[in-house]
Design a protein around this ligand. Structure first.
Ligand code: ARG
Length: 474
């Protein structure tokens, strides 16, 4: 990613040529040129930078700061540069420091002196603040497309597994039977919150800083509403100092990305556990796993493991950005150039992880017999027995104690609850009748949790359909 050293340098030219070198008596130190430059990574913002410049030039023409002819020459030149970049025909120069000055200098080379008028009434400070917001908007949209695909896959799988019984866990100990479909829909709820969080973040960042110029605004008669509208922003930002210095949105996005990665990491952990021979609940297709170079029997869940591992770097970027901002006085400081690499890496990482899951999760094969057998082993219906006793008029605390004794007997004899005879159960509590065996079955247990948000198969199917409909509206 870091291509700093690959870029052509120009230690013999005066400090940044015509762009800001006017007052300088000696060229920039060769090390400082590299240290200061961001073009190796911010060239990624070229499309946003060019779109922002076109909107700015058109606004300058609309307000008669530029003539229509000048604006047309500028926009035509910028579009040609965009094509050059996309065709791989653009030479990025480290000496031109960043994406903004590379494009501006190339524009003047292409169209002549009129190119020098583009920067009227703006600064790189409001320019870069605009570029990153435009980038973040696109990034969030791309993330939401992947989230959508993953959620659709989870919901479909949940429909197929709505009646598949598995143990539900607390403390990673078998707790109560649930359905696999219900478990999958819990994942979907997390991702749905992630989606709405990203939408909130997008709405808050969608304001246009252009016009703030370096920090105080500009003396030209600009139309900020027009620029904002041309770029699809909801409105211009309110305060010029805040506009050029605010990176809250980068932090907020990183927090959203971190929470999503935390969720993906939790799924990863479950998939890793479930594919182990100790659980053996699911099969991941071979194409998402790898083998061992020494142990021929191994099939390792590398994709979920990598997702779990990559979560750390996204958290790290969140902390990095918070720290980047924590002591900065108003307004713009060069520190802010350090916002891009963590942001880009968080976006790339999240997109990759979502992509991997969107492909992999629908291909999960549930080992239904193993799931059911595990649920049958762990006294998962003990709470059902306690609830049954409550329905027979026993207070819950007392029924809890009775069932505790029943479980202790089973543990001692290495049997499960339904294997106790009616006689043995009645010895523990005389109110027990032979209808008790209905509540001790796994199917009876899940079917009884028949309310909104419960694990009864018909509720799971209902919830999956509702989730699918909700997804199709966005
Ligand atoms: N490359 C810079 C950044 O990413 C652009 C803004 C530079 N502004 C300045 N006053 N030096 O922040």
């Amino acid at each position: 990613m870091n291509k700093k050293n690959d870029l052509p340098t120009s230690s013999s030219t005066p400090a940044n040529g015509s762009l800001w070198g006017g007052r300088f008596q000696e060229p920039t130190d060769a090390f400082v040129e590299r240290f200061n430059a961001s073009v190796s990574f911010d060239q990624r913002l070229y499309a946003q930078d060019i779109n922002g410049s076109i909107a700015h030039a058109e606004m300058l023409a609309a307000t008669h700061v530029l003539t229509d002819e000048e604006a047309l020459q500028i926009t035509t030149g910028l579009l040609a540069i965009k094509s050059d970049i996309e065709a791989g025909d653009f030479i990025w120069l480290q000496a031109r420091e960043d994406v903004h000055m590379n494009i501006e200098a190339a524009l003047t080379e292409k169209i002549g002196d009129v190119g020098k008028k583009l920067h009227t009434g703006r600064s790189r400070n409001d320019q870069v603040a605009t570029d990153i917001r435009l980038y973040m908007r696109d990034a969030i949209d791309a993330i939401n497309v992947k989230l959508h695909r993953l959620q659709a896959g989870i919901i479909e799988l949940a429909k197929n597994e709505a009646a598949t019984i598995m143990p539900g866990f607390t403390h990673l100990q078998i707790a109560q039977p649930v359905t696999f479909g219900h478990h999958l829909l819990a994942w979907n709820e997390m991702l749905e919150r992630d989606y709405t969080r990203l939408c909130d973040c997008r709405a808050r960042l969608n304001v246009c800083p252009l016009g703030a110029a370096a920090l105080a605004g500009t003396t030209f008669p600009i139309d900020r509403e027009l620029t904002a509208k041309k770029l699809g922003f909801d409105r211009p930002s309110n305060n010029s100092l805040d506009s050029v210095s605010d990176r809250d949105f980068a932090i907020e996005f990183s927090a959203c990305a971190s929470i999503t990665m935390m969720h993906l990491s939790r799924f990863a952990e479950e998939m890793i556990l479930w594919t182990s021979s100790q659980f053996d609940f699911i099969e991941l297709p071979d194409r998402f796993c790898t083998g061992s170079s020494i142990m021929p029997q191994k099939k390792n869940p590398d994709v979920p493991e990598l997702v779990r591992g990559k979560t750390g770097r996204v958290y790290g970027h969140l902390m990095g950005l918070l720290t980047l901002m924590k002591s900065q006085p108003l307004a713009y400081n060069k520190d802010n150039q350090e916002d891009k690499e963590p942001l880009f890496d968080s976006v790339d990482t999240l997109l990759d992880c979502l992509h991997a899951y969107a492909d992999m999760v629908p291909a999960i094969v549930a080992k239904r017999d193993n799931m059911r057998a595990a649920a049958a082993k762990g006294f998962a219906t003990a709470t059902d027995l306690a609830d049954y006793l409550v329905r027979k008029g026993i207070a819950f605390r007392d029924s809890h104690a009775v069932v505790g004794q029943a479980v202790a007997q089973c543990v001692a004899r290495d049997i499960d609850l339904p294997e106790l005879s009616l006689h043995e159960l009645q010895a523990l509590c005389p109110s027990i009748e032979d209808d008790v065996f209905g509540v001790l079955t796994l199917d009876g247990s899940v079917a009884a949790r028949d309310h909104l948000g419960g694990t009864a198969p018909r509720r799971v199917l209902e919830a999956a359909n509702k989730a699918g409909q909700n997804l199709s509206t966005r």
